[in-house]
Ligand binder design. Structure first.
Ligand code: NAD
Length: 459
């Protein structure tokens, strides 16, 4: 089978490489010349573990190719996936569908035979029907079916998520189109992945509902963390205590600086707008947006308070910039408002991230300096702020930190350090939601179990 993928970003590139791995011939159409040149040169335009090898293997096998020639990519394609961006529209928070509709129209003009047009982008309810109308208008001669196949992969574990998903959701109403998608996902049928066939609207809403629900869990545990700090409780024990209840579940109950990334912030906002427009407002989703925005806006104040009111003139080492580990994605990262606030207060900021520094530089104040390693960032710092829970930061030993830093303040926005060990090394330690230190945390078995449970808590 041959398919075309419009858009070679996180979702398009990963989906294309994984479909190729399933044995499908995939042509990726990428409009950005820089991204396309990188792909042709065998360089990944995004950071995603394992993606370079998967892409290289499938390119070598002749199943995966990249082009800006839409007509060539569409030749012989039975399905055309649209995986372009749907950012927040400036001003009102609605999903901006400019790229989706432009892609649909370009595809309609270039098609020479009927194909199933599938949205993989996250799109508001009703988008599939509008794409069907575009196809009918532009190509009344060509009967094309439209389907919705939202993507649930997470950056950082995107390949495994695509290859072994919890479920696949497909909104499709024509039998022929359903059969094309069934064939494409055959390898997942074989491993008994649940496939939810439904109508277009249900598939479109499922994606937003899933992200809003997960975002709500994160926002909820963050509120519980604030309460735990005041109440003398440890939010990790509370999270475990509620998470072991099968009705609640253990994932997405890690407190932190608030969710960021390319999905949760824009998708919660878009769902709130979609619901308002439909006159079925989702007050819970609106509250999640407000709670998370306030949390991120207050991060600078957290550090300032921990430092006694100001960080003016202090050297602050910021560890981690990406919105979560194992990605270079800086979209809506909590590091941005945090660093802006610290810079406004006059801090001397030196930042380090294993993957996201190139993406971060254009988004952060010009005065921020960047270190080559975590160790170099820490050297001589008065304050250490941990923003992203990259594994390499966990390995930083308290005594080692004490020997390198000039000051003695650690603000750990991901609770990656052991408070008792950090305090024993002479530091003032501020974690999230740790009004008391867990009785369980001293138990190594608990720590292991706890880490296995950890799900990067955003996006
Ligand atoms: P992205 O910005 O990384 O990639 C989109 C790509 O499409 C870009 O490279 C852009 O140049 C290209 N493009 C745009 N218009 C084009 C056109 N007409 N022809 C060819 N190429 C075109 O975006 P992304 O993160 O991959 O997200 C894509 C969609 O998937 C969004 O709707 C997003 O909400 C959704 N999604 C993203 C994730 C994620 O983790 N990133 C997860 C699930 C769903």
């Amino acid at each position: 089978m041959r398919i075309a993928m419009i858009g070679g970003g996180y979702v398009g590139l990963v989906s294309a490489a994984c479909f190729a791995e399933f044995g499908v011939e995939v042509s990726v159409v990428e409009a950005d010349p820089g991204r396309l040149a990188a792909l042709h040169a065998g360089r990944m335009p995004i950071y995603e573990p394992g993606l370079d090898a998967l892409v290289a293997g499938n390119v070598a096998a002749g199943r995966l190719s990249f082009t800006d020639d839409l007509a060539a990519a569409l030749a012989g394609a039975e399905a055309v996936f649209i995986a372009v961006g749907t950012p927040s529209r400036r001003g009102d928070g609605h999903a901006d569908l400019t790229y989706v509709y432009a892609a649909a129209e370009q595809v309609a003009r270039a098609l020479t035979r009927p194909a199933v047009i599938v949205t993989k982008s996250t799109v508001p309810v009703g988008t599939g029907r509008r794409i069907a109308a575009i196809l009918r208008d532009v190509r009344p001669d060509l009967p094309c079916a439209v389907a919705s196949n939202p993507e649930f992969l997470r950056e950082g574990s995107a390949i495994a998520d695509f290859m072994r998903p919890d479920r696949v959701v497909i909104g499709v109403e024509e039998e022929g189109a359903r059969e094309v998608l069934r064939q494409l996902y055959r390898p997942l049928y074989l491993i008994e992945t649940p496939i939810v066939f439904t109508n277009l609207e249900s598939a479109e809403l499922t994606k937003y509902a899933a992200n809003a629900f997960l975002a709500m869990k994160v926002a909820f545990i963050n509120e519980m963390a604030d309460l735990a700090e005041k109440a003398g409780a440890d939010v990790h024990d509370v999270a475990r205590g509620i998470g072991l209840d099968g009705r609640i579940g253990r994932k997405f109950l890690h407190p932190g600086p608030g969710f960021g990334g390319s999905c949760f912030p824009k998708d919660t906002l878009a769902l709130a707008r979609i619901a308002q427009d439909a006159r079925a407002p989702s007050r819970l989703t609106e509250a999640v947006v407000a709670v998370n925005d306030a949390r991120k806006a207050g991060l600078g104040r957290r550090v300032l308070d921990a430092a006694g009111g100001s960080v003016r003139g202090m050297r602050v080492a910021v560890l981690g910039l990406a919105f979560k580990p194992e990605t270079d994605d800086m979209r809506d990262s909590p590091a941005i408002p945090l660093i802006e606030a610290l810079a406004d207060d006059g801090a001397d900021i030196i930042a380090y991230d294993p993957a996201a520094m190139a993406a971060a530089k254009p988004l952060l104040p010009a005065a921020v300096r960047y270190a080559e390693t975590a160790e170099a960032a820490i050297e001589g710092a008065a304050v250490l702020v941990a923003v992203t829970e990259w594994n390499e930061f966990r390995a930083l030993a308290p005594a080692w930190l004490a020997a390198r830093m000039q000051g003695r303040l650690i603000v750990d926005l991901r609770n990656i350090f052991d408070p008792a060990a950090i305090r024993a090394a002479g530091f003032v330690y501020h974690g999230v939601g740790r009004g008391s230190v867990s009785q369980l945390a001293a138990n190594p078995e608990f720590e292991q179990d706890f880490e296995q449970d950890r799900e990067f808590s955003d996006g």
